[in-house]
Design a protein around this ligand. Structure first.
Ligand SMILES: Cc1cc2nc3c(=O)[nH]c(=O)nc-3n(C[C@H](O)[C@H](O)[C@H](O)COP(=O)(O)OP(=O)(O)OC[C@H]3O[C@@H](n4cnc5c(N)ncnc54)[C@H](O)[C@@H]3O)c2cc1C
Length: 384
């Protein structure tokens, strides 16, 4: 029997760990990931300001898995009828059960010039490029940095640019502009959360244009539906997501069972999940992690003999304890009806990232993140 997990992000890694414990000893478990590393993507924006975090948020999957075979390869297609996966290196991988955990890719919506001129923010190389471009802006005496899309990633990216400009003592020379076609930042989140995020952006002097839809970009200006073009020196695009190329760019709809096809499940951002309550689950690390328990149980159930009957699959319900967003050195935490900002929110944000690394990554990486977080803490223990 062979079970394949496609992608080693939040969904892929946590599902793999559960399957390692629960699959029969003679079952093959294969994880296919195009980088071979687990990227703690919700900290990616921080690499713009602190490139030294790169190593802390990138962990080889082989260090995080036990019995699973890790294959560094690109999934190019999935045939759910034939139960085969096509791989970039050539060849196919047959499976008895599969989990598609390939995450999402950046959507440019065919807006003329946007993909050509903007830097997306999904992978390490994107954060590194954003850092390099920002240094280029500083070398020429400053300028305008436009971030398109004010969701979780755009807000945090804009916050990093603004904080970096402050750290470099050039805040007056750099105008960080965050634009979104929605009426507010972090659209879809509760109003008190949105207001608090807006407050943190204001504190860092980030210029926010809402109700502002980007329509196109040239080499030096972003164009909008209802506003004059804005000249830019750097342009980052976090304006939307689409499904992985291996699914032809689609984020297929799955219900709370996470079943994509017989014996094939989709977990995390790769699919648009409508949960047991009929609610659309937000694409997020938090949701990807939380879905893995039901995904593991349903995948295992799909492998059981059922004498021709459909397997009994559970329904997943997304229940979020709250949301956290960092804005430069500040943070906003929504915990139930409560909103925290300032030091308390920063502590919560930092500890969540560190707890994730300590539990699912490695203690060494968690300590590296703490070291970066806690100014003047060079005496933290090392694990050498
Ligand atoms: C800057 C930024 C900040 C964010 N902040 C937050 C936050 O504060 N809170 C929150 O909940 N979420 C946040 N998110 C969103 C969160 O990171 C994603 O929702 C989450 O990563 C989705 O997890 P996943 O496992 O579905 O996909 P991913 O984590 O994207 O993992 C997908 C994996 O599949 C691999 N892969 C992709 N395509 C292929 C292929 N064809 N073949 C083989 N392997 C492939 C990738 O290399 C990757 O390892 C943020 C995202 C960004 C970019």
């Amino acid at each position: 029997m062979r079970v394949v997990v496609l992608g080693g992000g939040y969904a892929g890694l946590l599902l793999t760990r559960k399957l390692e414990d629960r699959l029969p000893a003679d079952a093959d478990l294969v994880v296919v990931d195009d980088t071979g590393d687990h990227l703690v993507q919700h900290e990616l924006h921080r690499v713009i300001r602190k490139p030294s975090l790169t190593d802390a948020i990138t962990i080889p999957l082989t260090e995080l898995t036990d019995r699973a075979e890790v294959r560094e390869d690109t999934v190019t297609g999935i045939d759910t009828d034939a139960k085969t996966v096509s791989l970039g290196a050539g060849g196919e991988l047959d499976y008895d059960a599969a989990a598609v955990c390939l995450g999402a890719q950046t959507a440019f919506y065919d807006l003329p010039g946007v993909e050509e001129h903007a830097t997306p923010m999904k992978r390490l190389e994107h954060a590194a490029r954003a850092r390099r471009d920002f240094e280029g802006v500083l070398e020429t005496g400053g300028g305008t940095v436009v971030v398109g899309g004010a969701g979780l990633s755009g807000v945090q990216v804009a916050g990093e640019f603004a904080a970096l400009a402050r750290e470099e003592g050039v805040a007056d020379d750099v105008d960080v502009v965050l634009v979104d076609r929605s009426a507010d930042v972090t659209p879809g989140f509760p109003e008190n959360f949105r207001q608090a995020v807006r407050g943190e952006l204001d504190r860092l002097d980030v210029t926010v244009h809402t109700d502002t839809a980007v329509t196109a970009a040239t080499a030096d200006a972003v164009e909008f539906a209802d506003r004059d073009p804005l000249g830019y020196d750097q342009f980052v695009w976090t304006g939307g997501i689409r499904g992985p190329d291996a699914l032809d760019g689609d984020r297929p709809d799955v219900r709370g069972t996470l079943e994509l096809a017989e014996n094939t499940f989709a977990v995390g951002d790769a699919a648009r999940v409508v949960d047991a309550d009929g609610a659309v689950v937000p694409a997020s690390a938090q949701a990807a992690v939380r879905a893995t328990e039901v995904a593991a149980r349903n995948l295992l159930a799909s492998l059981e003999e059922t004498d021709g009957f459909d397997p009994r699959l559970e329904q997943w319900r997304f229940e979020s304890p709250g949301w956290l967003v960092s804005v430069g050195n500040g943070a906003v935490a929504q915990l139930g009806a409560d909103i925290l900002t300032g030091k308390a929110a920063e502590v919560v944000k930092s500890s969540v990232g560190v707890a994730y690394l300590a539990e699912h990554g490695s203690l060494r990486n968690a300590i590296e993140v703490v070291r970066e977080d806690v100014e003047g803490a060079p005496d933290l223990p090392t694990l050498d």
